[in-house]
Design a protein around this ligand. Structure first.
Ligand code: HAM
Length: 456
């Protein structure tokens, strides 16, 4: 080793040895120097956003009730095998988007990337086959996909979903599409429905062959991923998002031309039901969806006029008649859909026709002095328990700022408790419109206000 390098090395070590030890304060300061940041692709739901989420949840819950669905909640952590077997190992989600969980007991677990597989697992685990069929379930919750974050695409996002298990009839597909459509109608979002049929195990091999034969002729124009997947899972080429693969899809053979008789009949019936319901749908021959468990009907919903680019689907779903058996259950035909809550809420806000309802307060409780604060809290509690919409702000001290808040809230009456009122066991009622004040006994406050507000 040349001499000068050796010296440099020694001096580096020497510097380390002589570095003074950190004081506990310095160690502490270093530990807290940087505030941990929100992980990429994740979102905080801040207080100004949560009312929109509550609004959507309320509309979905009420729609679900009216169509006879029961709510189900499954854990966000599931066995990795659940998704590998159901979504398929040659899909984007399984190949590159799952979040593995380090489990001390060596179990292979992931954060769920979607919920349909979990619903079918729960259906099998809890013997729901023994319930009257079909079983109609809805859910709402966070999903996790390690995708490249961009507008409308997050790593933690939320889905609302509806699933009907135990009925193969095409009316089920039509009812689900109707529900998905009605949710948007209810939110005043105009959507279009894209629909296709991707057949069953009987008719798929012939279509696969024809698809492979077509794609071989344009192999040099395909992206590398599609070329790799072509033999194993040719349908994935139709689901590819790469720009170079888009024109190739347009020339690809159509699945509807290869459907076996039962699949053709099923699809025709779904379309007839949609016609009868007057739902606006479009046949999209390259719609295959990005998950392997689908068969027969598949569909997606887009904001009208924004159909180009499947990155922006507000929701999607389809039939998955074989999934129960893939997961070790009995044959159970099923169909469902899910919508992305972030995308739906962004659209509601963008369109602006649905308004949030502001909270309505009738009474404001104001206080002056420490003793009055505790009396005011008691009074607030009594009014609240009597179902009177009452507001307060115990952090403010002066009367003026409190009455300003009362004014902003538009309350009819303010109730004031000061030192004197505490001693006399009274309160002052101030009519916020006329400014007229009167004094009443503390214990009479609830009944008096109920009368004044016409609540008794
Ligand atoms: P999916 O198409 O993968 O289907 O997701 C459904 C919806 O979730 C999408 O249309 C989109 O609105 C939203 N979504 C998906 N990924 C993201 C993301 N990274 N960020 C924001 N939103 C996203 C399913 O998950 C199936 N389980 C649907 C289903 C239910 N099929 C039958 N039943």
């Amino acid at each position: 080793m040349p001499k000068n390098i050796k010296v440099k090395y020694i001096s580096k070590i020497a510097h380390k040895v002589h570095e003074p030890a950190r004081t506990p304060e310095e160690t502490q300061a270093k530990k807290f120097a940087r505030t941990p940041q929100l992980p990429r692709g994740m979102k905080d739901l801040l207080p100004y956003e949560t009312p929109w989420w509550d609004l959507l949840y309320g509309r979905v819950a009420s729609l679900a009730r009216s169509y006879g669905f029961d709510k189900i909640e499954t854990p966000v952590v599931e066995e990795t095998a659940l998704f590998v077997r159901s979504i398929g190992k040659d899909t984007d989600i399984v190949e590159k988007e799952m979040y593995p969980i380090a489990d001390a007991e060596g179990e292979k677990l992931v954060l769920r990337p979607e919920n349909t597989a979990s619903i079918v697992r729960a259906y099998i685990n809890h013997g729901m086959l023994n319930l009257p069929q079909p079983v109609k379930l809805w859910y709402w919750g966070p999903m996790f996909r390690h995708e490249r974050p961009q507008s409308g695409r997050y790593r933690q996002f939320h889905q609302l979903g509806f699933e009907i298990l135990g009925d193969e009839s095409p009316i089920v597909d039509a009812e689900l599409i109707l529900i998905a459509y009605n949710l948007f109608k209810n939110l005043e979002i105009s959507v279009s429905i894209q629909i296709n049929s991707i057949g069953c195990v009987q008719c798929r091999p012939a279509y696969h062959q024809s698809l492979i034969a077509y794609y071989r002729t344009v192999r040099h124009e395909m992206c590398e991923q599609c070329r790799k997947r072509l033999q194993k899972n040719p349908l994935r080429a139709l689901d590819c998002k790469e720009p170079q693969c888009q024109p190739l899809k347009k020339e690809a053979p159509h699945f509807v031309d290869y459907l076996c008789e039962p699949c053709k009949e099923h699809f025709m019936s779904v379309l007839e039901y949609l016609d009868e319901l007057g739902l606006p749908y479009f046949l999209n021959h390259s719609l295959v969806r990005g998950l392997d468990y689908y068969n027969r009907t598949v569909f997606e919903l887009y904001v009208s006029g924004e159909e180009e680019g499947s990155q922006s689907a507000l929701g999607g779903g389809g039939r998955y008649d074989g999934l129960s058996e893939i997961l070790g259950g009995r044959p159970t035909p099923a169909c469902g859909f899910a919508q992305g809550c972030e995308r739906v809420i962004a659209k509601i806000k963008e369109i602006g026709s649905v308004k949030l309802s502001e909270p309505v307060f009738h009474v404001f409780v104001a206080q002056l002095g420490n003793q009055a604060k505790s009396k005011a809290l008691k009074l607030f509690e009594n009014l609240r328990a009597a179902d009177i919409n009452v507001a307060h702000n115990l952090s403010k001290n002066g009367l003026r700022p409190q009455l300003e808040i009362a004014n902003k809230l538009g309350v009819r009456y303010s109730l004031v408790i000061g030192q004197k009122e505490v001693q006399d066991e009274t309160i002052i009622i101030r009519d916020m419109e006329s400014g007229v004040q009167e004094i009443i006994g503390f214990n009479k406050a609830v009944s008096d206000l109920k009368k004044k507000l016409g609540l008794s």
